[in-house]
Design a binder for this molecule. Structure first.
Ligand code: ADP
Ligand code: ASP
Ligand code: MG
Length: 450
């Protein structure tokens, strides 16, 4: 079985969905199981419905609902030929519109958007896109069978960031697949979404449709997972930021995970764990350029002692702490772990010693109460709005010249921190946001344009 996941831009309109159908047709003999994301921008619109309803901005809510609905109506009108199917799908869309209106009214009255309500809104994106793709498959004579992910993707109730229970997902899925009567069915389902034991809708985190593909690959023992997106694969840097970036033909699991973790948005970092555990081959391909071979990811390692790519993450904050009194290391670490857990903060990087601790955090403002908790133990410095630049490669530390060349590229940049990942896969520097792009260009030139 082959898992094929198509991201938001790969299903952004009727033409894109037809293109998905023709790609799937070419792989039909490999029994594809197709995972569909919401159409581009749909999840952002649904999130905006929730946040604006909670703020009382109901005119924005109405606009967002209208945009979300009309995008799907256009897909139905442009992408589906049969008038009956059009009618049926439009009825479903009208029901979704009613549900969105009711949900947003509820959020508006309470003036509160809980993670559970946000998930209740967000699941409609993948629901509608997968239904449209499924009908287009049938019209293209692909024997599609639509599966409701809520029926098999059992998750915990950690809304907006739920985790699936793989054993149960496997059991439920096998049961469902066993009872399908169609011959050589091509399954179509939704990425990103699941449900609790009680059937309450959950989502597994923004951009997590890639993860759905990995979970399905793992529980179904797929022979390959293909992530179809809007670029040819992993590049030496984000090709939208660095136009001279080059396609990376092959990566090891560890390198792909490190690149994804450090900002290469092309793959959700959670994707790698189930895939690497089962040693499944992964391919990243471009739905707009299907002749490109893409990037293959497997356990085989590149042996060259050089970097494979550079990534950039903005909105980094560094918190450093020098304790007032000398505490033993394990006691201090325990206290800090307690503060992090209480404030639901996971550091992106951390360095620790007896006399000082330093944490790097990503995204969002560091709350005053969090800093206050640190201030009770020691003197604290906080720097915000920084950028993290990382070079990644299995063997980068085997050659001292890699470190030297990284430093040389940053020669005229103010450095706030440098870190090497514990598994020796990456070297990173924290710089001012305004220097980040220039530094990234310099690093990319040094390593990938010589
Ligand atoms: P999808 O909707 O298909 O999941 P995403 O937008 O999540 O697609 O991921 C694809 C995007 O990732 C590309 O458009 C590209 O701008 C971005 N990206 C960031 N870093 C990299 C990289 N190193 N290689 C390729 N793409 C990258
Ligand atoms: N639609 C979801 C999002 O935009 C999941 C995904 O596309 O991966 O976050
Ligand atoms: Mg994505």
């Amino acid at each position: 079985m082959l898992i094929m996941k198509f991201g938001g831009t790969s299903v952004e309109n009727a033409a894109a969905m037809h293109n998905v159908a023709s790609i799937v047709k070419q792989h039909q003999h490999r029994k594809p199981f197709v995972v569909i994301s919401a159409i581009a921008q749909a999840t952002n619109l649904l999130t905006s419905i929730g946040t604006n309803a909670a703020l009382g901005n109901m005119s924005v809510v109405q606009e967002n609902i209208a945009t979300f609905i009309s995008k799907h109506v256009s897909i139905i009108e442009e992408g589906i030929s049969s008038p009956q199917t059009q009618r049926r799908l439009k009825e479903t869309v009208a029901n979704v519109q009613q549900d969105l209106e009711r949900l947003s009214q509820g959020i508006f009255f309470l003036r509160e958007l809980s993670p559970r309500s946000l998930d209740a809104l967000c699941v409609f994106g993948e629901y509608l896109s997968s239904l449209c793709v499924h009908e287009i498959f049938l019209e293209q004579e692909i024997p599609g069978v639509w599966l409701d992910a809520k029926k098999f993707m059992l998750t915990d109730n950690n809304f907006t960031s739920a985790s699936p229970r793989l054993d149960e997902v496997q059991k439920r899925l096998q049961n469902i697949l066993h009872n399908v009567e169609k011959e050589n069915p091509i399954f179509v389902t939704q990425g990103f979404i699941g449900a609790t034991e009680e059937g309450i809708p959950t989502t597994m985190g923004r951009e997590s449709s890639d993860f759905t593909a990995a979970v399905l690959g793992s529980v179904l023992n797929a022979d390959e997972i293909q992530i179809w997106t809007d670029v040819d694969g992993f590049f030496t840097a984000d090709p939208r930021v660095i136009p001279t970036a080059k396609l990376i033909p092959h990566l090891s699991y560890a390198e792909a995970l490190e690149l994804a973790d450090r900002g290469a948005k092309v793959l959700h970092p959670k994707t790698m764990l189930p895939i690497a555990e089962k040693n499944l081959p992964l391919l990243i391909r471009n739905s707009k350029n299907p002749t490109s071979a893409g990037t293959s990811v497997s356990s085989s390692r590149n042996e060259f002692a050089t970097a494979v790519g550079v990534t950039l993450k903005n909105n980094i904050a560094i918190v450093s702490l020098i304790p007032f009194e000398q505490k033993n290391f394990s006691l201090l670490t325990e206290i800090l772990a307690g503060i992090l857990a209480e404030h639901k903060r996971t550091p992106l990087f951390h360095s620790a010693g007896e006399r000082a601790h330093l944490f790097g955090f990503e995204g969002g403002k560091i709350s005053d109460s969090f800093i206050q908790a640190f201030r009770e133990i020691g003197s604290v410095t906080l720097v915000e709005k920084k950028s993290l630049l990382t070079i990644v490669g299995n063997n980068i530390f085997q050659s001292p010249s890699v470190v030297m060349r990284f430093m040389k590229s940053l020669a005229d940049t103010q450095l706030h921190y440098m870190t090497m990942s514990a598994h020796r896969l990456s070297l990173a520097a924290v710089v001012n946001e305004e220097d980040a792009l220039r530094s990234m260009v310099a690093i990319h030139k040094e390593f990938f344009e010589q």
